[in-house]
Every structure is written in structure tokens, then in C-alpha cells.
Design a protein around this ligand. Structure first.
Ligand code: FAD
Length: 285
């Protein structure tokens, strides 16, 4: 439950994404059932920045909230949405008793022109948060970047913008995935010095195949420490060994985080409950 987070008790949460095809919903519900059996504090559901698939996010979030009885956090983006679209999604969430959103700017999808990207009503997540805070009862979270957001010219300016999200109503943050815990520790210190006191969930993505790593770096911009590139070099050609070694790396990361007093762990599950299960077993709660 999110209550645990605000009481600074250890929490474990998961991210899932909606299926691309309509016919895959049954499989998605099975994934959620499996993840639900691990009793996470919340499950977040991603949102396609084009906006056209918002209904899928609402549908999965509703299942999590109402069928599994677990707090759902629905992602929402400024990109691809006008004010009225956001209100429509907010209303659908409210009708489904989903009270929490991760408010994001989003990136430009491949099939969106620069003009369409620029024509959104809210430039930044913090602008959308102010709007949602005024017009909806939603509780909000925001994204943050231990290695800084790729568009920011400095960590200092990125943290100033993160502070704006807190001021705009973000009650907690979920971090971009990182593979080197030192970035996260330094980030926590800098954020605290800026007066950012909202809980910051540590985003961990287990790398279970060599192929996954290149997509992950492209999407996240996170750096790969030598220890992880050694794992890929050693096991990348053997899918089962790579899977084991990748999960083992993520487990070492979460153990180190917990030993260093980090209470809030968020696993990017890639809709793979078996991976989440192995990591959950290693997390002290
Ligand atoms: P913003 O907070 O708007 O920040 C973007 C850039 O603008 C940063 O450089 C920031 O420093 C700067 N900035 C922020 N506020 C201001 C301001 N007020 N004035 C000037 N500059 C400002 N994308 C999706 O499409 N769907 C998802 O479901 C999704 N889920 C995500 C989940 C997590 C945990 C994370 C970390 C990212 C996720 N993303 C998702 C990707 C996200 O949309 C991108 O990283 C995007 O580039 C930035 O989103 P943001 O909300 O951090 O943007």
C-alpha cells in the first residue's frame, strides 16, 4: 500500500505495460495475477505517449485496483493529450476508483511530427500536475533521473525542475532505471539538499537478455557499469545463463540499496512475473 511509503516502511512496486494487441489482454491479466500474488505496494501501468491507447492503461489500472485490491498508479502524459483528453482519462480513472497517477511529459513518438509534439497544452509534467491538482482529485507522482534527464544541461537545473514537480503536487517520485547505485545515492543527497523530501522509489530493471540492453540504453540513457558489461560479455550468448546472471545483478543491486537504507524499490518487470518473483524473494520487507 502507498501508506507504507509515506510511513517510510520498505516498499516494493512493479511497472507493467498494456498489451499491444486486443487479444493479448487475457495474458496481461495473468501477468497481473502473478505479480499481485507477490503483494506489491503498488503496480504502475505505462501510457503510450500518443494518447490513443489511454483506455488500455485505465483498463489494466482498474483490474489492479478493483480485482486485485492493490493500489494502481496509472501513467499519463502531456504529449498527445489536450486538457479535455486528460480530464476524460481522469474521469475514467475516478469512475474505476484509481486514485493515483504518474504524471509525465512523454517523448515524441516516431509517428508524431514536431508540430504535433509542440502543440500539446502542457509543456512539462509540472504544468500538467498543476492542472490535474486543480481540476481532479488525483494523487500524483512524478518521474526523476538519477543520471539527469537527457535534455537538461545540468543536474542542478534538472533538480530545480524536479522541485517544481514537488511544488506542483507530486507526492512521490519514481526514478529512471539505473545500473550503478552510486548515481542514485548521489542523487538522493542532492535532491535532499534542494529540499526535495518526497519519497523517491529506486527504479531497477533486470536485464535478462543481451538484446534488451541496447533498447534499454536507447530509451533510458542510463550508463552501463563495467560489472554489468562483463556479465553481458560472459553470458550474452547463452540465453538461460544471461537470464540468471541478469537477475543476479539486479538482486545484488537491490540488496546494496537496502543495506544503504533505501526503502522504496520499483521493478520494471517488462511483464515478466517470474523475473519479478525472483527479485521479490530477495527483498527484505
Ligand atoms: P518533465 O518533468 O517535463 O521533464 C522533461 C525535461 O524538461 C527535463 O529535462 C526537465 O529538467 C525539464 N523541465 C521539467 N519541468 C520544467 C519546467 N517547468 N520548466 C523548464 N524545464 C522543465 N513515457 C511515456 O510515454 N509513457 C510512460 O508510461 C512513461 N513512463 C515513465 C515512467 C518513469 C518512472 C520514467 C522515469 C519515465 C517514463 N516515461 C514514460 C518517459 C518520460 O515520458 C520521458 O523521460 C520524458 O522525456 C520526460 O518526462 P518527464 O515527466 O520527466 O518530463
Amino acid at each position: 500500500m502507498l501508506k507504507n511509503m509515506f510511513e517510510n516502511k520498505p516498499t516494493l512496486s512493479f511497472e507493467v505495460f498494456p498489451p499491444k494487441k486486443e487479444g493479448d489482454f487475457e495474458a496481461a491479466y495473468q501477468v497481473l495475477d502473478d505479480l499481485g500474488s507477490l503483494s506489491p505496494d503498488f503496480i504502475s501501468v505505462t501510457y503510450g505517449a500518443g494518447g490513443s491507447r489511454a483506455g488500455k492503461t485505465v483498463e489494466l489500472a482498474s483490474y489492479i485496483q478493483n480485482r486485485l485490491g492493490i493500489d494502481a498508479v496509472a501513467h499519463m502524459t502531456c504529449v498527445g493529450n489536450r486538457r479535455e483528453d486528460l480530464l476524460k482519462v481522469a474521469r475514467a480513472l475516478e469512475e474505476n476508483h484509481v486514485n493515483h497517477v504518474l504524471a509525465l511529459r512523454g517523448d515524441r513518438p516516431k509517428d508524431m511530427t514536431d508540430e504535433q509534439f509542440a502543440s500539446r497544452d502542457f509543456a512539462h509534467a509540472s504544468d500538467m500536475m498543476e492542472f490535474l491538482g486543480t481540476h481532479t482529485p488525483l494523487q500524483m507522482a512524478g518521474a526523476c533521473y538519477p543520471e539527469k534527464h537527457f535534455e537538461s544541461f545540468s543536474m542542478e537545473s534538472d533538480l530545480n525542475n524536479l522541485k517544481k514537480k514537488q511544488e506542483a503536487g507530486a507526492q512521490f517520485f519514481i526514478s529512471q532505471l539505473f545500473f550503478d547505485n552510486d548515481y542514485y545515492y548521489t542523487f538522493l543527497e542532492k535532491a535532499a539538499r534542494k529540499g526535495i523530501h518526497a519519497p523517491i522509489c529506486a527504479g531497477i530493471m533486470p536485464i535478462t537478455s543481451a538484446r534488451q540492453i541496447s533498447t534499454t540504453i536507447t530509451l533510458s540513457g542510463s550508463s552501463i557499469p563495467k560489472a554489468l558489461s562483463d556479465v553481458i560479455a560472459s553470458y550474452g550468448d547463452s540465453p538461460e545463463d544471461m537470464r540468471k546472471a541478469g537477475i543476479d545483478y539486479a538482486i545484488r543491486q537491490v540488496r546494496d540499496l537496502q543495506e544503504n537504507g533505501v526503502n522504496h524499490l520499483h521493478i520494471y518487470t517488462m511483464n515478466k512475473p517470474s523475473t519479478a518473483r525472483e527479485i521479490a524473494a530477495a527483498v527484505a520487507r
